[in-house]
Design a binder for this molecule. Structure first.
Ligand code: AMP
Length: 289
C-alpha cells in the first residue's frame, strides 16, 4: 500500500520530527543510502520497518567517499523514483539533504577508523572509508537512531562502521542484512546500471567464483590456496573482467587466512569495463564435517 512519505532536507526539521517519534516511545531505525534504490536497499528498509516503530531512510550521494576520477558526478540520482519505491513501505521519513547542508564551507573534521579500513577497499579507494565513517557518524548524530541497518554486500564497510561505533561510544545497534542478488547471482548495486549488456553478462563471473568457493567449502575443502586457485581459474575465463583483488580473510580482522577454519569471508573486487563492482560471501564449514 503506497503512501506519501514526508521528505526533509534540513537538520532542524529532521531532528524535530524524530524527537516527536521518540517522545511517543518509538524505536528509531535508520537506513543510510546513496539513493538509486534497488531491492537490496529495500530489504534494509523492510527489516527496519518490521523492527522499528519509526524508520528514517537517508538519501545522500556523499562526495567525501569518492576519490578523484571516481563516479561521483555521474552517480545516478533518481530521487523521484526512489521516493516512489519507498512509498510502498511504511517508511516514516526520508532525509535527503543538499551537499552544502552536510558539508557547509569550513567543515574540516573527518573520522579515521584505522586498520580495518586499510586493506582491500582501503588500498583501491584511498580515503573512501574516511568519507564513509564521517558521513555515517554525521547521520547518526542527526538522527540519533536506536538501530542502523547496513548490507553485507559492503562487508568491509560493516566492519568500519562497527569499529567506529565501538571506539566513539555511539549508542546505536548495528544490524547487517544479507546481500540481495539478481536471479543469476549478480549482487544488486546502484552501479549495475552502468554495465552494457555484454558487460552485464561478463560481470556474473565474480558472483560465480564466490559461489564456487561456497560449494567447495561445503564439499569439505578448507585450504584457501586451493579455493583461491579454483576461483582465479574461473575468473580468468572472462578476460574482460579485471580482478583487483580476490581474497579469503578472517571475518573480523580481514587478514588473509590459510584455512577456512571456523569461518571466513571471500572478498572480490573487479572492474568490468569502466565499472567497479565488489561482492563477498561468508564461508561457513558445516559442523558435521
Ligand atoms: P549504497 O546506497 O550503495 O551506499 O548502499 C546503502 C546500503 O545498502 C548499504 O548498507 C549497502 O551495503 C546496502 N546494499 C547495497 N546493495 C545491497 C545488496 N545487494 N543487498 C543488500 N544490501 C545492499
Amino acid at each position: 500500500m503506497s503512501h506519501e512519505i514526508q521528505t526533509v532536507s534540513v537538520p532542524e526539521e529532521l531532528r524535530s520530527t524524530i524527537a516527536a517519534a521518540r517522545r511517543a516511545g518509538k524505536r528509531i531505525g535508520v537506513v543510510p543510502t546513496m539513493g538509486a534504490l534497488h531491492a537490496g536497499h529495500l530489504s534494509l528498509v523492510e527489516a527496519s520497518c518490521r523492527e522499528c516503530g519509526f524508520t528514517v531512510a537517508t538519501i545522500f550521494v556523499n562526495p567525501t567517499q569518492f576519490g578523484p576520477g571516481e563516479d561521483f558526478q555521474r552517480y545516478p540520482r533518481p530521487l523521484a523514483n526512489d521516493l516512489k519505491l519507498l512509498s510502498d513501505y511504511p517508511v516514516d521519513l526520508v532525509f535527503a539533504p543538499e551537499q552544502a547542508t552536510m558539508y557547509p564551507p569550513g567543515s574540516t573534521t573527518f573520522v579515521d577508523v584505522g586498520p580495518v579500513a586499510e586493506p582491500w577497499e582501503g588500498v583501491h579507494r584511498p580515503g573512501h572509508f574516511r568519507g564513509v565513517a564521517t558521513v555515517v557518524l554525521k547521520l547518526f548524530n542527526l538522527v540519533a537512531p536506536d538501530v542502523a541497518w547496513f548490507g553485507q554486500k559492503d562487508y568491509q564497510q560493516t566492519l568500519v562502521v562497527r569499529q567506529m561505533v565501538r571506539d566513539l561510544d555511539v549508542p546505536v545497534e548495528i544490524r547487517v542484512c544479507p546481500t540481495i542478488r539478481e536471479p543469476d547471482g549478480l549482487a544488486m548495486s546502484s552501479r549495475n546500471v552502468y554495465l552494457s549488456p555484454t558487460e552485464r553478462r561478463q560481470a556474473i563471473v565474480s558472483s560465480r567464483s564466490l559461489r564456487l568457493a561456497e560449494h567447495l567449502v561445503a564439499a569439505g575443502e578448507r585450504r584457501t590456496e586451493t579455493l583461491l586457485a579454483r576461483m582465479q581459474a574461473l575468473l580468468a575465463t572472462e578476460r574482460e573482467v579485471q580482478v583487483q583483488y580476490v581474497a579469503i580473510v578472517d571475518p573480523q580482522t580481514l587478514a588473509p587466512v590459510d584455512e577456512v577454519g571456523a569461518g571466513a569471508v571471500a572478498l572480490i573486487a573487479a572492474k568490468v569495463g569502466a565499472t567497479r563492482l565488489i561482492d563477498n560471501v561468508l564461508l561457513k564449514p558445516s559442523l558435521t564435517r
